[in-house]
Design a protein around this ligand. Structure first.
Ligand code: GDG
Length: 523
């Protein structure tokens, strides 16, 4: 996304009613026919050493997938800039309107770090870490969701499509529908939706489900997430479901509550909300192109050289997050070294751990634990100049990531729970040589699609060790067969296909056809 023209360029004069502020009055209709609402804008505000504020694009699969369709259909993106404080004015970047929403320091602490990442994130990831329930965090979550809904309502043209993303904004669909019943509203959850026994712990479970049911289509990564959500609709909100359709009684004014406080308590036939799975993917062609670039290929060879030309290079790439199973993975590798099944310098393990949520306590203690284990393994197994584990707590440019993927013989992706896991798909997309092997946790969304990987239960350390060894020792012909099958899947089901399927389900004529997304899991 080119931000060189950033700074409130005017939209074409023939588009009526463009609102000028980031927060519009409920009465104002905007000019945009496709609005993405996500916690973060596809660009961040960065303060330069001289105090000048600049926008830097933060490209990701979502932006890449949505940019063309947003440009073609007068698109706007509502989100936070990444800096606390007053929101800058909306501006255009490469034909897409960016609409910053304000988050104060307190919002960042209570809405983002608090309710989103201290309550919902651990709860939705099978309580790997204990979720914290605080009423003042919930209040901040409600207030910030209102702000996002209001900003989106002010930008959307009559009958526009609004696509809301992720767990930080689960109340937005219903808040938006209250203001703008004319809109088509979609919601996509990037992280898992937990089983009801876990979800039921949430003191605000009914409100969350009702918030989501403001959408026309609620999308998830896996079929299991859809099943969990449908159960939550029945149990927490008393709604009726049939297949993937939830019935939400409608009031004349477009709101879905019937006055009794329960969704589904009055009119049997009401608005139909479709729940389906749409497994997200990557821009496979772009990764393929990166992997063909001579400079990237040269860098990949150089990485192996710098690591001492090991026989086996194992790689893991994660945000430094307790859901990613980094400690379990290190333990498996450590035991393989202890048992002499792998031995440096012939085998080398590279763990890239991108810094993440560093102000949240659990993330600080995870970092300490990981660094202690890395220190222990190297203390025991490294020789001078030849560490057994290369621990890199950095973020790298995409070119470097692609070079690392191409250099690795075995990619170890072993989260304890993960909505999808794009790293696994990126590795596959970069392996034009059809070599390399993927060890993949069965608790990732990706495992539903990438059955030709070496699948493991990451809690089972013996099984993980065996899977790593099978991947290390796999015969080239078998490795190639597996990689071909993985590559076919990732090539066909790319991020473009994901976005197209979701938007087709949202805007298609027949709501029952929304289950199209579910078919993606087969094969
Ligand atoms: C959430 C869900 C779901 C990582 N380090 C660097 C870097 N990355 C990039 C990877 C990948 C992305 O970050 C991570 O995506 P994941 O899918 O692996 O995980 P989450 O961040 O937890 O994402 C997840 C996803 O949303 C999408 O719906 O799959 O389940 O948890 O693209 O490449 N990129 C660069 N440098 C790094 O150092 N450039």
């Amino acid at each position: 996304m080119n931000l060189s023209g950033a700074g409130a360029q005017a939209r074409p004069a023939d588009r009526p009613g463009v609102s000028s502020g980031s927060v519009a009055s409920d009465q104002i209709r905007g000019a945009y026919s496709l609005i993405v609402v996500a916690n973060r804008l596809p660009a961040s505000q960065v303060v330069q050493p001289d105090g000048k504020v600049e926008w830097q694009p933060s490209p990701g699969g979502l932006v890449t997938a949505l940019e063309p369709v947003m440009r073609a259909s007068a698109g706007a993106w509502v989100g936070w800039s990444g800096s606390p404080g007053p929101a800058p004015e909306p501006f255009d970047a490469d034909g897409v309107r960016l609409v910053p929403v304000e988050l104060s320091d307190q919002d960042v602490e209570m809405f983002y770090e608090g309710f989103s990442n201290g309550t919902l994130w651990p709860l939705y990831h099978d309580v790997i870490a204990p979720p914290q329930f605080h009423r003042h965090w919930w209040e901040a979550y409600c207030a910030v969701n209102e702000r996002f809904a209001q900003a989106a309502a002010g930008q959307a043209a009559q009958g526009a499509t609004v696509w809301v993303h992720d767990y930080q904004l689960q109340l937005v669909p219903a808040l938006l529908r209250q203001r703008r019943p004319d809109l088509r509203i979609g919601f996509f959850n990037h992280i898992p939706f937990p089983g009801y026994e876990i979800f039921a712990q949430l003191p605000w479970r009914r409100q969350i489900v009702e918030g989501l049911l403001g959408a026309d289509v609620v999308g998830f990564q896996r079929r299991a997430d859809v099943t969990n959500f449908l159960r939550a609709c029945r149990r927490a909100a008393g709604a009726r479901t049939s297949g993937g359709i939830v019935r939400v009684p409608e009031r004349a004014d477009g709101g879905e509550r019937d006055g009794s406080g329960e969704v589904g308590a009055s009119k049997a036939q009401g608005r139909r909300v479709s729940a389906a799975c749409f497994p997200i993917s990557i821009d496979s062609a772009a990764f393929g192109e990166l992997a063909r670039r001579e400079d990237v290929r040269a860098r990949s060879r150089q990485i192996r050289q710098e690591l001492g030309d090991p026989q086996v290079l194992l790689l893991a790439v994660d945000r430094l997050d307790y859901t990613k199973g980094i400690l379990h993975r290190l333990r498996a590798y450590e035991e393989l070294l202890d048992e002499g099944r792998l031995a440096p310098p012939e085998s080398v393990f590279v763990q890239v751990a991108a810094p993440s949520r560093e102000r949240v306590l659990e993330y600080q203690s995870l970092r300490e634990d990981v660094e202690a284990v890395v220190g222990r393994i190297n203390g025991e197994h490294a020789t001078l100049g030849q560490p057994a584990v290369h621990y890199l707590r950095h973020s790298y440019p995409r070119e470097e990531m692609a070079a690392l993927y191409m250099a690795a013989d075995v990619m170890v992706v072993t989260p304890l729970r993960d909505g999808m896991n794009l790293v696994a798909k990126e590795y596959v997309a970069c392996r034009q040589d059809e070599l390399g092997a993927l060890v993949l946790s069965e608790f990732t969304g990706a495992a539903d699609e990438l059955g030709s990987a070496f699948l493991v239960n990451p809690h089972d350390i013996e099984q993980t060790k065996d899977a790593i060894m099978r991947a290390v020792q796999v015969a080239p012909s078998q490795a190639r067969r597996r990689m071909r099958s993985l590559r076919k899947r990732v090539r066909i089901f790319d991020v473009d296909r994901w976005a197209t399927d979701f938007l087709r389900a949202l805007n298609g004529p027949d709501p029952d056809s929304h289950s199209v997304g579910s078919r993606l899991h087969e094969g």
